[in-house]
Design a protein around this ligand. Structure first.
Ligand code: TRP
Length: 481
């Protein structure tokens, strides 16, 4: 009792100190007693954060990249990249969010001393969120459309030519592409309107168990097929000869995208974390569970792909062309195909929620407008930016900038520039401005957790190692060496 009172009065003092220091608007009087929305249970925190990490990346990026780049060898490199870069940045982001209890822009204004405008991390994050969502939502739109097609059975053909032309028909139809994308946006926006606890937390708490259940069913079926072992070999057989500099850099980029870091998503979710939540163990669990989902997805996909003699591929052609052709040849394939696309939609929903929450939180808190209006504004901006990606295979196929379609340009700008830049700035902020002591306070829950040594290592990584490694990834991504 006494302890919490002490922390509480300390917090008030700290806040007043910050208000005096940085002239941030003092809203504590205008909105008394209005409790900020946030996650309400430990499982809820885990479900929402895992929901953000798990996404399309697990299904079409991770398994293929692992198989094509040396199997178990690639996994090892990925693990190293995660431990040295992704996990430290993820913990730092969540800690920043929880300390400041605010959206990414306000959070950095609150925590940073005057001088360097660290809040640009939040601003870049908002731009990155819109860019990523613009193309991501279009792929999710195809997934939603495919649930319907799978139910109807119209894509149930064992000929990849047929499944391929069905896919092209969908993506080359401007009206269908736009309508499905708007449907996805309305669906995600609708969940966000319910709030953080009643929307994001409640939904991801239901979706994450469902995700594992569907994955396990599909894995069991795939493993029971004839040439299952060939698929497993493709995924896991270590081949260290394939690992070169570019594979290492690819693994680092993947670790970033997978764990949703570098753009304020984890900062925003961190601001909803409960004070007693153990941040380091939560991030470790999320990372492990996310890896597990990726491997299960690989086990669900590749044994089946090899059994029917298809070439493993990455991206849309794997999910929308090869997989329907594979399911057409499996007993109960019709039902299983519906389950597969529902699974993909489930995975993508949690990721989309976390992406859209970034601008919603920023607009809601910075401009003092209701969450409902903030959501509508974000959706409108997104519908406009996103339509350029939805039409990228039809009316806007010839609209190119730097030789890239809008879809590819947004992907390039976010993955190769904004995410790594955000990551580097977060490391530099924590390592050189915020400092070891505050990080220690935040990650040890004010000394209640005994994890000092781990935090020392973490701080060293954030100060020296991670930013340097990310810089290398970024320069390589930009083709500068
Ligand atoms: N991690 C998600 C995936 O694997 C994508 C994602 C959600 C994301 N939020 C993000 C990527 C923020 C980068 C930044 O599909």
């Amino acid at each position: 009792m006494k302890k919490s009172a002490r922390i509480f009065s300390g917090e008030i003092l700290f806040r007043h100190f910050l208000i005096l220091q940085s002239k941030i608007p003092d809203m504590s009087h205008s909105t008394p007693c209005v409790k900020r929305d946030g996650f309400t249970s430990s499982f809820g925190v885990l479900a929402a954060t895992l929901g953000s990490a798990v996404g399309l990346g697990n299904i079409w990026k991770f398994p293929y990249m692992t198989g094509a780049n040396g199997g178990a060898g690639f996994l090892l490199v990925y693990l190293l990249a995660t431990l040295l870069i992704a996990l430290p940045v993820m913990m730092a982001e969540i800690a920043i969010g929880r300390e400041a209890k605010a959206n990414p822009i306000t959070a950095l204004q609150r925590l940073a001393p005057r001088g360097f405008p660290w809040w640009v991390i939040g601003a870049c994050g908002m731009v990155a969120a819109f860019l990523i969502m613009s193309f991501y939502s279009e792929v999710v739109a195809w997934v939603f459309a495919y649930i319907l097609k799978a139910v109807e059975g119209s894509i149930l053909s064992n000929d990849p030519q047929v499944t391929g032309s069905a896919f092209n028909q969908l993506i080359q139809d401007p009206l269908q592409s736009l309508l499905w994308q708007w449907l996805v946006l309305i669906f995600i926006g609708g969940i966000l309107l319910l709030g953080v606890a009643k929307g994001i937390e409640a939904v991801t708490k239901k979706l994450m168990p469902l995700l594992f259940l569907l994955l396990l069913i599909l894995c069991a079926v795939s493993l029971s097929l004839d040439k299952a072992s060939e698929g497993i070999r493709f995924l896991f057989q270590p081949d260290f000869s394939k690992i070169d500099a570019s594979v290492v850099l690819m693994a680092m980029g993947l670790a970033f995208f997978k764990l949703s870091i570098g753009m304020g998503t984890m900062m925003t979710y961190g601001s909803y974390f409960r004070d007693q939540q153990n941040i380091p163990t939560t991030t470790l669990r999320v990372m492990t569970a996310d890896l597990f989902v990726s491997m299960l997805a690989g086990i669900a996909i590749f044994p089946a792909v090899f059994t029917f003699g298809f070439e493993p591929a990455a991206g849309p052609s794997l999910v929308f062309i090869t997989i329907p052709a594979v399911f057409a040849q499996i007993p109960m394939g019709h039902l299983l195909m519906v389950l597969f696309f529902v699974l993909t939609a489930v995975a993508a929903t949690g990721a989309m929620l976390s992406l859209l929450e970034v601008p919603v939180a920023i607009i809601h808190e910075r401009f003092g407008i209701s969450r409902r209006k903030a959501t509508l504004i974000s959706l409108l901006v997104l519908a406009m930016a996103g339509s350029t990606c939805a039409l990228t295979n039809s009316s806007m196929a010839n609209v190119k900038l730097f030789g890239l379609t809008m879809f590819d340009l947004f992907d390039y700008l976010s993955s190769n520039i904004l995410l790594p830049l955000g990551g580097i700035l977060i490391c530099l902020f924590v390592g050189w401005s915020w400092g070891a002591q505050r990080l220690q306070q935040a990650l040890s829950n004010r000394g209640q957790l005994h994890n000092q040594r781990m935090i020392h290592v973490l701080f060293f990584l954030l100060r020296y190692i991670s930013p340097l490694l990310i810089l290398i990834v970024m320069l390589k991504g930009l083709g500068l060496f």
